[in-house]
Design a protein around this ligand. Structure first.
Ligand SMILES: *Cc1c(COP(=O)(O)O)cnc(C)c1O
Length: 414
């Protein structure tokens, strides 16, 4: 179904996803890493809608979760995938650890000394064995937005790689813990593969040392973070697009960068891509409420706001904005595309060349499949958008639009 028909049927703002594209992206990873035993554990936080999880789970994905809520989502979406879960995060609570132990997940990515002890005590309490990997911080700099860079010594994530052997040694004293892997994740939206290779090299060295120390290390978790190109427009022949590698080339290059380190060791590789699998499979459809002039500037005001898609406000992220119905040939105005939320940070594009647009027109904010709906909020008491999953000629409403009743459901007047 065409986007305008979807917007008419389900209303706006509306997230629209392509099932085919998500499956194809997962397959790119599965194929590129077929040279070693590997499992792609999709990072749930990128887009945690049940239908997305089910589609990826059925296609063989495992999952990287960061909360008990995400665990519950995987349980509801695709039960067999519970055994392919890795649980990351710097602040796991007791109930979350217990739920994950009860689900017999594949691996806990432990991020501190204190968490080792907590995991050990919960595993003992439940009389089970907990498989864990220490998330190490390789002190590798990856060029990306500071909010999503995670692999430097001064970041809150993981433990310094130099302390890892000592921590594994300490953990070995706990009879309910099994050191099963080593894990790393250096950040998100990383464009160059060099930092991934550098980080993995350090982690492979550590894994070999740990094996020499007597630990049964079977898994190496290389994390996620492969970036996408948010400036690729649909226009052919733009100079800036000529050098852009295709997604398939990007994954091939990524695998080639990790291969030399992996050839040094016989191990099961875990990968945690989030954004790369879903971002470019989704768009946010929004209708123009009005076009206004202020201080010599033109503002295109849409019915979607920063509560629906916060990436531009939070990370100064770039998203292409295109009209749905009209030809994109006539670049008629330079405008800011803004939402109705009471914040000057509520924009999707600034000083952008756009075709003539008027109230009632439908536009699409592209590459919004990752960190879009999963970061949506009710700020300004706005109901969150609906989501549609398109599969060939069929479209399925996978989340209905929130109602006023949903908005007020948890509140009580004293
Ligand atoms: C966020 C996150 C990911 C996914 O990152 P992307 O940039 O979406 O690929 C993977 N692993 C961990 C531990 C994360 O926190």
């Amino acid at each position: 179904m065409a986007c305008d028909a979807l917007a008419n049927e389900f209303g706006t703002p509306l997230y629209v996803y392509s099932a085919t594209e998500m499956r194809a992206r997962l397959a790119l990873f599965q194929k590129a890493f077929s040279f070693c035993p590997s499992t792609v554990c999709y990072a749930v936080k990128a887009n945690s809608s049940l239908a997305v999880l089910r589609l990826l789970g059925k296609a063989g994905a495992g999952f990287d979760i960061v909360s008990g809520g995400e665990l519950e989502r995987v349980r509801r979406a695709h039960l067999p995938a519970l055994r392919r879960i890795v649980f990351s995060g710097v602040g796991k609570q007791v109930w979350e650890i217990d739920a994950a132990l009860d689900a017999n997940i594949l691996l806990f990515n432990v991020e501190s000394e204190a968490e080792i002890d907590l995991l050990a005590s919960r595993a003992k309490h439940l009389a089970v064995q907990a498989r864990f990997a220490l998330r190490v911080n390789p002190d590798v700099f990856a060029e990306t937005h500071p909010y999503i860079s995670t692999g430097l010594r001064q970041h809150k994530f993981g433990v310094e790689i130099g302390r890892a052997r000592e921590l594994y040694r300490r953990a070995a004293r706990h009879t309910h813990l099994r050191a099963a892997g080593v894990s790393v994740h250096i950040g998100s939206q990383i464009q160059s593969v060099a930092p991934f290779a550098a980080a993995l090299e350090r982690v492979v060295d550590l894994a070999r040392d740990l094996r020499a120390d007597g630990h049964d290390i079977r898994y190496l978790d290389a994390g996620g973070g492969l970036g996408i190109n948010y400036t690729a427009t649909l226009e052919i022949g733009k100079a800036s697009n000529a050098q852009q590698p295709s997604p398939a080339q990007q994954v091939t290059e990524y695998a080639a960068a990790l291969a030399p380190a992996l050839e040094q060791i016989d191990i099961h590789l875990l990968l945690e891509p989030g954004r790369f699998l879903v971002a470019q499979a989704g768009a946010l459809l929004t209708r123009i409420l009005n076009v206004k002039q202020n201080g010599g500037k033109t503002f295109v005001v849409t019915d979607a706001g920063m509560n629906d898609l916060i990436r531009p406000a939070l990370y100064k992220a770039h998203h292409e904005v295109v009209p749905v119905q009209r030809s994109r040939k006539s670049q008629a105005l330079v405008a800011d595309v803004v939402g109705p939320v009471c914040e000057s940070g509520d924009f999707f594009a600034q000083d952008r060349m756009l075709p003539e647009l008027s109230s009632g027109d439908l536009i699409a904010v592209l590459d919004a499949g990752a960190y879009g709906m999963s970061q949506a909020s009710n700020y300004n008491s706005r109901p969150r958008p609906a989501e549609v999953l398109v599969e060939a000629a069929e479209s399925h409403l996978i989340r209905r639009r929130e109602t006023m009743r949903d908005l007020l459901a948890t509140e009580r007047l004293p």
